[in-house]
Design a protein around this ligand. Structure first.
Ligand code: KG4
Ligand code: ZN
Length: 359
């Protein structure tokens, strides 16, 4: 039976983090354990799906045990088991889905499949660290920016989420990771580019990089042009006769290029959020009340500041996750599952893992 203090165990295995968390009443994070596989994949410069699946198999039970221990509870206290079942890498998803089904079945509690991308939208509503719990107020504008996704949503309730636009090529985090590789920074590069962009003296106007706007009213994103512009700034423009080779990439140039990339990448997002607010108001008569932002890139220092400024300008209450809840984690899965459970959206044990985005 669901109550305001029900404990939900959330499991996340869609990519390269094995996550398990215990969340009370949909908002209070009692524990949140994430085992990262960064070292496993670092030498390949990206996630190798088969290695990720194996690592999830090895880690899922120890991670669940740690989450229970840190929350100070036992399996008998868990009232529902939730899992991110879509989208993601199929092998990794199957590990989480199978493990969560087995736990829910053996405990005799509800089993709830959760959309990973929507769970990112929920992360800013959880209480963790110094971020207090704040419920979403609907209708809300949603933004997910991660290694695999970059999309804008209209969120009318936790069971009514409509995608308004998304990337037509690279995801924002992917663009960060690729720019980092071009700049000779270690994988995963997003946090490294952020760190360098914030270094003392960094000039974010040193390079004139393109802000992708696409068509006049487009709510889609494109990061491939920006990535290519970074590449040409480092290696020179190919095939142009008489073009001077790019100067050597010294520390100052690397720092300024990181800062210029960060300014433009963040601006491309803010431009689309401004358009989305205008589109919803003018075309649908919808005035959003909150902005729900989530995904690994919401850990970015400049994006966090500019999202706060944008939300203030647009008169939106901002729900921005605590730093450790930006990246993939089980708490966001457990939190959203509680809302789905309240709305009667419980899954059955025939639920499949789905690799693709379905909404
Ligand atoms: O949400 P997430 O853990 O995984 C996906 O669902 O994709 O996001 C991971 C992505 C990576 O591309 C990583 O480089 C990026 O988030 N990221 C950042 C920062 N921290 C993580 N990108 C820019 N600045 C950061 N501080
Ligand atoms: Zn994610």
């Amino acid at each position: 039976m669901l109550s305001g203090t029900s404990l939900v165990l959330g499991i996340e295995t869609s990519c390269d983090e094995t996550g398990a968390a215990v969340v009370e009443g949909g908002v209070r994070v009692r524990s949140n354990v994430v085992a990262s596989q960064t070292e496993t994949h670092a030498e390949y410069g990206g996630v190798v799906p088969e290695l990720a699946s194996r690592a999830h198999c090895e880690r899922i039970l120890p991670v669940v045990r740690s989450a229970l221990r840190e929350a100070g509870v036992g399996l008998a206290d868990i009232r529902a088991v939730a899992v991110g079942h879509r989208p993601g890498l199929i092998g990794p998803l199957l590990v989480g889905v199978s493990g969560a089904k087995a736990l829910a079945w053996s405990l005799g509690v509800p089993f709830i499949g959760v959309d990973h991308v929507r769970a990112h939208l929920y992360a800013g509503c959880l209480s963790a660290d110094d971020v207090p719990a704040q419920a979403a107020e609907f209708p809300a504008l949603g933004l997910v920016v991660s290694g695999g996704h970059t999309s804008i949503y209209l969120v009318e309730s936790w069971t009514s989420v409509t995608r308004l636009g998304g990337t037509i090529d690279d995801a924002m985090g992917e663009a960060y990771d690729k720019a980092a590789t071009i700049l000779g920074l270690p994988y995963p590069g997003g946090p490294e580019v952020d760190r360098l962009a914030c270094a003392p003296g960094a000039n974010d106007r040193a390079f004139d990089l393109p802000v992708s706007r696409l068509g006049a009213g487009s709510l889609d994103f494109s990061f491939s042009g920006l990535k290519t512009a970074v590449l040409y700034s480092v290696r020179g423009v190919p095939g142009k006769r008489g073009e001077a080779a790019a100067p050597a990439l010294d520390e100052i140039r690397r720092r300024d290029l990181a800062a210029s990339f960060q300014r433009v990448a963040v601006k491309s997002v803010i431009v689309k959020l401004e358009r989305a607010v205008e589109f919803l108001r003018a075309e649908k008569g919808t005035r959003c009340r909150t902005l729900l932002a989530g995904g690994g890139v919401t850990a970015n220092s400049r994006l966090r500041v500019e999202l706060m400024e944008f939300a203030r300008r647009a008169d939106l209450g901002l729900r921005l996750p605590a730093m450790r809840l930006c990246v993939d984690n089980g708490a966001m899965i457990a939190g959203l599952a509680f809302e789905l459970w309240k709305a009667g959206e419980v899954s059955d044990l025939s639920l499949s893992a789905v690799p693709t985005v379905t909404s």
